[in-house]
Design a protein around this ligand. Structure first.
Ligand SMILES: [Zn+2]
Length: 329
């Protein structure tokens, strides 16, 4: 029954119930949640879920058991049928909305922390509508765990996703947060340190699609940059065809996205750093794209610049357009 264990591990009882709009509050005991029983006509919360053990018990109808038992009772299915039923459900990429909740929480925090808004301004990002559109938030640190626990999310889930570290602290401290989406769902969060700490951080999970690919894919000409601030300043001056892989390394999925259209031309604008790492990465990527049948151009900025610093240094949209024009195949 290896499949069975695997299935139970993948689908947590609490997640399953929440997806069916079961609302609960933390019970007195740690890891326990209580709410109205979905199995009988309940007037006062008598249905308990132990999130760690993945078990439920109702003090009203005296039913209890694991996820499969719950499906048997609630869907009136046999054990076998319940298994098939669960296998068909799959698991949502967003672990039941926890990433959305987190991003929304950070987004609210942004406006409570002037230092974060000030940091965005320093990076050249001043348009409030664009900040809103990109879903940018701020993690001050130290308040996410409490916020999510109050909403009934079990600590195990937060640890699994990496929002909370092994010491029980928030993973993101003093970081500007960009939500990374895939097919509309948030699959990761990128945190840029506003202080001296290690600047870039993603959650330990796939970085997902090319940034904002849902809106960029309609363009036949695409600008590929390294960082999210590069993308933000380009969008701000009207280059809405800019996307970002967060770094110079593209995942197979991101590669497939760029090469999904034969008439596409990709302008690669990586950092022009001293050690030529960006230039090397640009060349390699251009070759890979050409091999995949997509035209690629490498865009050169003045030495030491990336698109973000280029615009901060006073460049205009026309200056950047001229750089694109001068790009070599
Ligand atoms: Zn009950």
């Amino acid at each position: 029954m290896q499949d069975l264990d695997h299935l139970k591990q993948r689908v947590a009882l609490l997640d399953y119930l929440r997806r069916r709009h079961w609302t609960a509050r933390p019970a007195a005991r740690r890891e326990e949640f209580v709410g109205l029983c979905p199995l009988h006509r309940d007037t006062r919360p008598s249905f308990y879920v132990n999130a760690r053990k993945n078990l439920f018990y109702c003090h009203g109808c005296r039913q209890g058991g694991d996820l499969i038992r719950f499906v048997e009772l609630s869907e009136h299915l046999s054990f076998r049928q319940s298994l098939t039923f669960l296998q068909r459900q799959g698991v949502p990429a967003d672990d039941d909305g926890v990433m959305e909740r987190t991003a929304a929480f950070y987004q609210l925090q942004l406006h409570r922390h002037p230092e974060a808004v000030e940091y965005l301004a320093q990076r050249g990002l001043r348009d409030p509508a664009l900040i809103e559109e990109l879903g940018i938030g701020y993690a001050s640190g130290g308040n996410l765990r409490r916020h999510l626990a109050a909403q009934g999310y079990p600590l195990d889930l937060l640890l699994d996703i990496g929002l909370i570290n092994q010491q029980g602290h928030d993973a993101f401290w003093q970081r500007v947060i960009f939500p990374c989406r895939q097919h509309g769902q948030i699959v990761n969060l990128y945190g840029r340190s506003v202080g001296a700490a290690f600047p870039h951080r993603l959650l330990p999970r796939p970085k997902g699609s090319l940034f904002a690919w849902e809106s960029v894919r309609r363009f036949s000409t695409v600008i590929l940059v390294e960082g999210l601030f590069d993308l933000a300043v380009l969008w701000q001056v009207g280059f809405r065809n800019a996307t970002c892989a967060i770094g110079t390394h593209l995942t197979p999925m991101q590669m497939a996205q760029l090469s999904g259209r034969r008439d596409r031309c990709v302008y690669i604008v990586f950092d022009q750093d001293e050690n030529h790492a960006g230039q090397q990465a640009s060349l390699q990527l251009a070759h890979s794209l050409e091999n995949a049948g997509v035209a690629a151009r490498i865009v050169h900025l003045p030495p030491g610049h990336d698109p973000n610093s280029y615009f901060l240094d006073g460049a205009t949209a026309a200056d950047f357009a001229a750089r694109l024009q001068g790009a070599q195949p």
